[in-house]
Design a protein. Structure first.
Length: 227
């Protein structure tokens, strides 16, 4: 869990904008370029405020807390986005393997274990990439992913997908693959990926909403009615 915890912000609701934004081939608002050119020394800013204001004025402390909340929500947003992208890569890689498993189930043919393992390999590799990411998360899980002598610990999405992957792996290690068992294991894996994709997207939207609401509060305190 992050060392920086946000305070509760009562905003009375939030907003989320979906869909594409048409910019006519130009930049989507020039503020991105502006932000890149601003080198803000927060420590110096706080120090300047402390020197300019009375010793008991809470403004510097409030400003520092606001910056911390922005940092917290931005880092959470980044990690949820990375999780979304990682699971999306898994589901894309799974498509070809899933079609082959479905074909074997419908035709009741004996599949080639070697061909199936070759088709499954890209999916397994994408899960390994997700596990590497899970081992480094700091803001979207109480603890990062880790394999220990006692077992595994970490984000539930990492554990669920690893367990589901291992079940498919175990089936593919057999020379005479049981198509029915493989079909069930593959769809269990697919269900886990879809479930955690949905949950990651939900958290992504919630975090974006919290960040948007915090921005409205800050800008509102500066005398702006709208963002």
């Amino acid at each position: 869990m992050s060392d920086i915890e946000p305070k509760q912000v009562n905003t009375g609701g939030g907003s989320f904008i979906g869909g594409d934004a048409q910019t006519g081939g130009g930049d989507f608002v020039a503020r991105d370029k502006i932000i890149q050119n601003i080198q803000l020394d927060v420590g110096k800013l706080i120090e300047t405020l402390q020197q300019a204001l009375p010793a008991d004025d809470p403004m510097p402390k409030h400003l520092l807390e606001t910056f911390r909340q922005f940092q917290f929500f931005h880092t959470r947003l980044f990690e949820w986005k990375e999780l979304h992208n990682s699971i999306n890569d898994i589901t894309i890689a799974l498509g070809q393997f899933l079609r082959e498993v479905e074909r074997l189930d419908i035709s009741q043919l004996q599949g080639s274990a070697r061909d199936l393992r070759r088709s499954w390999r890209p999916v397994a590799q994408k899960v390994d990439i997700l596990l590497d990411f899970a081992a480094s998360v700091k803001h979207i899980s109480e603890q990062p992913f880790e394999l220990t002598e006692a077992g595994m610990q970490g984000p539930v999405w990492a554990i669920d997908l690893l367990v589901a992957r291992n079940r498919v792996d175990d089936n593919l290690q057999k020379e005479d693959v049981d198509e029915g068992t493989l079909y069930d294991a593959t769809y269990d894996f697919n269900d886990a990926a879809e479930r955690h994709m949905y949950l990651a997207d939900k958290k992504l939207r919630e975090t974006a909403g919290e960040l948007y609401n915090l921005s409205r509060i800050v800008l509102g305190s500066m005398g702006h009615d709208e963002v």
